[in-house]
Design a protein around this ligand. Sequence first.
Ligand code: SF4
Length: 351
Amino acid sequence: MSLHEAMLYEKIDEKRVNCFLCARKCRINDGGTGFCLVRKNEGGILYSLNYAKAVSAAIDPIEKKPLSHFNPGAMVMSVATMGCNFRCQFCDNWMISQEKKIAGKHFPPEEVVKAAKDNDCQGISYTYTEPTIFFEYAYDTSKLARQVGFFNTFVTNGYMTPEAVKTIAPYLDAATVDFKGGADPEFYKTFSAVPSVAPIFEALKEMRINNIHIEITNLVVPKTGDSLERIRELASWIRDGIGKETPFHLLRFHPDYQLTGTGSTPVETLEKAYVAAKESGLDYVYIGNVAGHPCESTYCPNCNEIVIKRYSFTITRWNLTKDMRCPVCGHNIPITGKLHPGGHSYPYAII
Ligand code: SF4
């Protein structure tokens, strides 16, 4: 199989290149790879080593991403390759994100789109590992997917350059941007080997300018990443920078990979975080990874009526008018796309 030339890099001189796909902006010598280990300089040309090499592909409900205000009930074809530009000590997909050897099944864009069609999906999600570092694969697949009427979504750590956001924007409909530890810079340095959180906020602003539907998650890590002050700060930034109607999901942490010395986030901690985010002025706050919790549902911010009731990834009651208003007070609930009444009951794997 021939090597696939990367996008978003420039030559420094005959042999060295500068990758500006993600905010690390690696300068890579001939024969070397970037921090993500999946982009290699060969003779002054940067190649994507994981192009069309899928390590995971599955059919998921869109609620699993999580996206709660975007085509509710839709099913998506999820796809991932090896690699990541973060080194999170708590990654729950570490077997595929942190593996150094490039592996994967040849699954080219046209086959991804065909599989999505064959499985009655409405869209494609680039997820499980960081889609930024399989950008070319996601870009080509997104273009094809759009041609046949599918939407595209990223589940991303947000650590991409504004140039990368602008490049994918014509084909990217929605993004779930995942924060950890309340966006605390020290948390990112210590637990994810990320030198600065500022580029994530820049990327979010660029997504907003490009009208990409945004939902934001924050992994609440007990003791080291559960500061209510940080959550208030993050929620306030979202309110002012992206808008108070941006859905904000507070996710429960589970011990995994190298961070097994701490337990799961207590539900009371998540509930305190929920109150802090609401008090900061966000209209739609959710608690995630706690199946059956009342804060999985959507409440009208005006009268508190339950407008979308959920259990885990399933919508159990749809209580909005046809024009997406609260049936009690008429308040407009921001939903991008439309309801896709479910025919599927459970995620299942293809690769
Ligand atoms: S995508 Fe990879 S090679 Fe490019 S800047 Fe980020 S970590 Fe470095």
